[in-house]
Ligand binder design. Structure first.
Ligand code: GLC
Ligand code: CA
Length: 568
């Protein structure tokens, strides 16, 4: 059982992720902004979240919506000013919430002054801030393919060298081997921490340390290039770097850190998050996000299998608990499809029930839950009929690749985009039934999900049965019942493809959690150890749940129920 002291407030917190560009536009230029977030803090307070995470707000050419930073100490002008930021921070703290920022330091923008200097001459002191390989412009240094298509290497004629970019070519990778780069990053972190921010979500942090041999990667998922994961994920020095960062910066502040760690299993996650190792507090793994990948990778039309989902959650619940690590819990973020569409009942009659059920089975697990904006409304994916309406660099690239290179045809290509495009998560937050859902009076930078007349904040707040109030209750249960933070997780009925049930156990109590992933009624057996014991239904998405002599419960379509038992 994990125990907690006060400085570990993040273990019982719930995080809300705000995608600033799509949250709320205060000046009607069509782009969400920082004053727009400040206007909505009371809404977040009402939901009951403890921590707000903002996607990047720094100066950026926006090739990858702010994950390409050209000045780490300035606010992107369309988002507002430093004083707007300081107001947001002050108002957040006034409401007893915390604010964390996205730290994007695997790469900068190619417009960052460091990179401009670096590519001006091999003798420039900033040259070694990036990763270069000599070459002739014809033969690539290795076979790695960038996350957004094409090779990870871009040739600079004048230097006779390639630079590395694991993402777009406008996102050159920083050279973490260079101690000056690391000191620059620590100074940037101190700059924000001294302003009072409460921590960082660290972008693709598992990719900082590259294998110095730069070995070719395996060619998987019908890709044109090899995968860079073997040579870049969890590389030889990653834990040294993070321990140094912790020693020099993180340990000096009362903050929370969560690393985004693509291609990281339990063994490495334990290294990142074991409190005794002094690296990070928690990481985002992707194992449940990979369940519906196929030979075409993320952009597949395959659906997940419930037994596999349970296997992933259970492996992480047990793995982290056994090794003193800590889980982050999430269904979605700005890179993922909407969970109701992906794991629930989409836009059908069971939409809200499935949204609540998904919330239940995630929030009752051990870890720190992350709620992505709009998830608390049960927002669904969006289908834009034309590829022109998509704004995301990954989506545009996949469209091109599937249509031109792989010749998969537009039916398949668009279907996979409907299911997986990152823009599903990036449509503007629907605040009301007003024009543009009350997000802006201007022209929104990306189209709205047309279902905003049915799914919006204003209507949600008027409906006491809404997904919002259900999430509010899930969050408040975490704040009031220590067993949700500390209890031991035990999976039940692991092969059942219709229901997900598990226990959380402490010395004195047991939580029994059950969720129905189908549109039919399902029976869930109560474990024999709990039968005859007194129990209390602490949350359910239905008013009544049939509980037959305490031996089994009957869950209606997409039903969820959580019972609290006293052990004595
Ligand atoms: C992370 C971000 C994603 C971004 C990428 C490159 O995966 O979440 O949005 O495109 O890193 O920075
Ligand atoms: Ca604006």
């Amino acid at each position: 059982m994990t125990t907690m002291n006060d400085s570990e407030w993040w273990r019982k917190s719930v995080v809300y992720q705000v995608y600033p560009k799509s949250f709320n536009d205060s000046n009607d230029d069509g782009i969400g902004d920082i004053p727009g977030i400040t206007e909505k803090l009371d809404y977040l307070k009402e939901l009951g979240v403890d921590i707000i995470w903002l996607n990047p707000i720094y100066k950026s050419p926006q090739v990858d919506n702010g994950y390409d930073i050209s000045n780490y100490r300035e606010i992107y002008s369309k988002f507002g000013t430093m004083s707007d930021f300081q107001t947001l921070l002050k108002e957040t703290h006034k409401r007893k919430m915390r604010l964390i920022l996205d730290l994007v330091v695997n790469h900068t923008s190619s417009e960052h002054p460091w990179f401009k200097a670096a590519k001006s001459s091999k003798d420039d002191p900033h040259h070694d801030y990036y990763i270069w390989k000599d070459g002739d412009g014809k033969k690539l240094p290795n076979n790695w393919g960038s996350s957004f298509g094409g090779p990870t290497w871009e040739y600079v004629d004048k230097l006779g060298q390639y630079y590395l970019h694991l993402f777009a070519k406008q996102q050159p990778d920083l050279n973490w081997e260079n101690p000056r780069v690391r000191q620059e990053v620590y100074n940037i972190m101190r700059f924000w921490l001294e302003k009072g921010v409460d921590g960082f979500r660290m972008d693709v942090i598992s990719l900082l340390s590259k294998d110095p041999a730069y070995p070719d990667g395996p060619v998987i998922q019908n890709k044109a290039y090899g995968s860079y994961y073997k040579g870049a994920a969890n590389g030889p020095k990653i834990h040294d770097y993070l321990q140094e960062m912790n020693r020099e910066v993180l340990s000096k502040y009362d903050i929370v850190t969560v690393g985004e760690t693509p291609h990281t299993g339990i063994d490495d996650a334990v290294k990142y998050t074991d409190a005794k190792r002094h690296e990070l507090n928690m990481v985002f793994h992707f194992d449940h996000m990979h369940l519906d990948y196929d030979e075409n990778g993320k952009f597949s039309t395959k659906r997940f299998k419930l037994s596999e989902l349970k296997e992933v959650f259970t492996r992480w619940q047990n793995g982290m608990a056994q090794h003193n690590g800590w889980n982050s819990l999430y269904w979605s973020n700005h890179d993922q499809a909407r969970p109701v569409t992906r794991f629930g009942a989409d836009d059908s009659e069971w939409r809200t029930q499935s949204a609540k059920m998904l919330g239940t089975v995630l929030h009752m697990q051990q870890g720190t839950p992350f709620v992505y904006q709009g998830e608390e409304l049960g927002m669904t994916n969006t289908r834009f009929t034309s590829i022109e309406d998509y704004q995301d660099i990954e989506t545009k690239n996949i469209y091109h690749d599937f249509m031109e290179n792989k010749k998969l045809g537009s039916d398949y290509t668009m279907k996979s985009i409907y299911l997986k495009s990152r823009d599903n998560a990036r449509t503007p937050m629907p605040w009301s039934q007003a024009e543009n859902a009350g997000f802006t009076k201007g022209t929104p930078w990306i189209k709205l999900n047309p279902n905003y007349k049915e799914i919006n904040v204003q209507d949600t707040l008027r409906d006491k049965n809404s997904v919002f109030y259900y999430y509010q209750k899930l969050i408040s249960l975490r704040h009031t019942l220590p067993i949700i933070t500390n209890g031991k997780y035990v999976l039940l009925d692991k092969d059942n493809e219709s229901t997900y049930s598990y226990l959380r156990e402490s010395d004195k109590q047991v939580l029994f959690v059950a969720g129905n992933f189908t549109a039919d009624k399902q029976i869930v057996q109560v474990p024999s150890s709990l039968r005859e014991k007194d129990s209390q239904l602490i949350i359910s998405n239905y008013e009544t749940v049939e509980n037959n002599n305490s031996t089994q419960i009957e869950l209606p379509p997409y039903g969820a129920a959580v019972y609290l038992y006293d052990k004595k």
